[in-house]
Ligand binder design. Structure first.
Ligand code: FMN
Ligand code: SF4
Length: 368
């Protein structure tokens, strides 16, 4: 079942295993993919994962992008990004562009920059507080249009679909979070208002791309904050709104920079002893959407082939995503396809996480 031909979120593929978005830190000074990045994606595609979601690609024109982040905020990006999609297609893989408006955790070489946010609430990034300014109503409209334009460019560059990054405390997720969204206009207050930014982006992206161009969303099931976070009840209430939206697939994640200890998106599962940490939430959401055409998947702490197969067999979840295991073993799907049932070698230490040339520490050690 894991490696049967199937269609997920509008994309024909050969596996229900998805590579979840993983920031690479491998762009050149122009924000174009470097040869190192093209090679990394070629290895991933050759390793047999069906669908690859890129690391977050900067779409917004009114905020700085992350250090060494690729971008999709101008037509000059189309040709360089087409090289990336070509490399993946050459190996029979599919590739989705994850586009983001950051609105948080911008780490520049000189330290945290000033971010844009719904209400100008500062945020702790590492040991420093990140300054933030509230978006004006006009800027919100610009950002919505920026996402539509970025999606259209990604389609031209040959991507097989788009994923809107609506999770982990980045801008769209911040709009959903009462602690960060204290606006008094139609983008703040009730859940319907806090979801308006996301829903207008989904509609604009659909209008800017082909009617069948797959449109995915990464969404927090909850923020797991002390107070003021998006709750699971809020997320459940979002489902009817998303069911009426043009989205084709939802990848369920959770947590942000302000989550309670060990409750963020990227967890040390050897220490917490809680693998598959968003599975119960994702399963509930998949049940809520089971009579809709939307495919629901889950990411977070999947490492074991049998647990992944059981998850797909016993729940309405359509796919399981992983991020860190592919940094250590880009060929993990082919190992499993060819009969191995060894769990992923990744120890979930998260020492690959950073801002520059992301790689598994075990590979770094081997190179040194
Ligand atoms: C190095 C690194 C970079 C990441 N970059 C992104 C990203 O660009 N966009 C995103 O949505 N999630 C990103 N994530 C989060 C992963 O997609 C995933 O949600 C999380 O790591 C949990 O899955 P895992 O246990 O399989 O690693 C990143 C994670 C890591 C470790
Ligand atoms: S650094 Fe740690 S978490 Fe990252 S891929 Fe390597 S083993 Fe996994």
């Amino acid at each position: 079942m894991l490696f049967d031909k199937c269609r997920i979120g509008g994309i024909e593929t050969t596996s229900r295993l998805v590579r979840s978005a993983t920031f690479e830190g491998l762009a050149d000074d122009c924000g174009y993919p470097t040869s190192e990045m093209l090679l990394a994606y070629e290895h991933l595609a050759a390793g047999g994962v069906g669908i690859i979601i890129t690391g977050m690609i900067a779409a917004g024109t009114i905020e700085p992008r992350q250090h060494r982040q690729i971008r999709c905020d101008g037509d000059d990006c189309i040709a360089p990004l087409a090289q990336l999609t070509d490399r993946v297609h050459k190996h029979g893989g599919k590739i989705i562009a994850q586009i983001v408006e950051i609105g948080g955790a911008i780490m520049l070489p000189e330290g945290p920059g000033t971010i844009i946010s719904p209400s100008g609430i500062p945020e702790k990034v590492g040991k420093e507080m990140q300054a933030s300014r509230a978006l004006t109503h006009d800027e919100i409209q610009i950002l919505i249009q920026d996402m539509g334009k970025a999606a259209a460019r990604a389609e031209k560059a040959g991507f097989d679909g788009i994923q809107i990054h609506g999770a982990h405390g980045y801008l769209i997720s911040k709009f959903l979070t009462p602690f960060f969204n204290q606006r008094r206009d139609e983008y703040g207050g009730s859940l319907e208002n806090r979801a308006r930014f996301l829903l207008e982006i989904l509609t604009t992206v659909r209008q800017s791309t082909g009617a069948d161009f797959p449109l995915w969303l990464k969404l927090n099931c909850a923020d797991f904050m002390q107070e003021g976070g998006l709750t699971f009840e809020d997320c459940q209430q979002l489902m009817p709104l998303l069911a009426a939206s043009p989205v084709n697939a939802i990848e369920v994640s959770g947590g942000n920079m302000a989550s309670l200890p060990r409750k963020g998106p990227i967890r040390a599962i050897r220490r917490t002893k809680e693998p598959m940490y968003f599975k119960p939430y994702a399963e509930h959401l998949a049940v809520a959407l089971k009579d809709t055409p939307i495919d629901v998947g889950v990411v977070g702490g999947f490492r074991d082939l049998h647990q992944i197969e059981d998850t797909l067999a016993a729940t309405p979840l359509a796919f399981v995503s992983m991020s860190r295991p592919f940094l250590r073993q880009p060929d993990l799907p082919n190992l499993w396809r060819n009969g191995s049932d060894e769990p992923a070698a990744c120890i979930s230490c998260s020492r690959c996480y950073g801002t520059d040339a992301i790689a598994c520490i075990f590979h770094k050690t081997e190179k040194e």
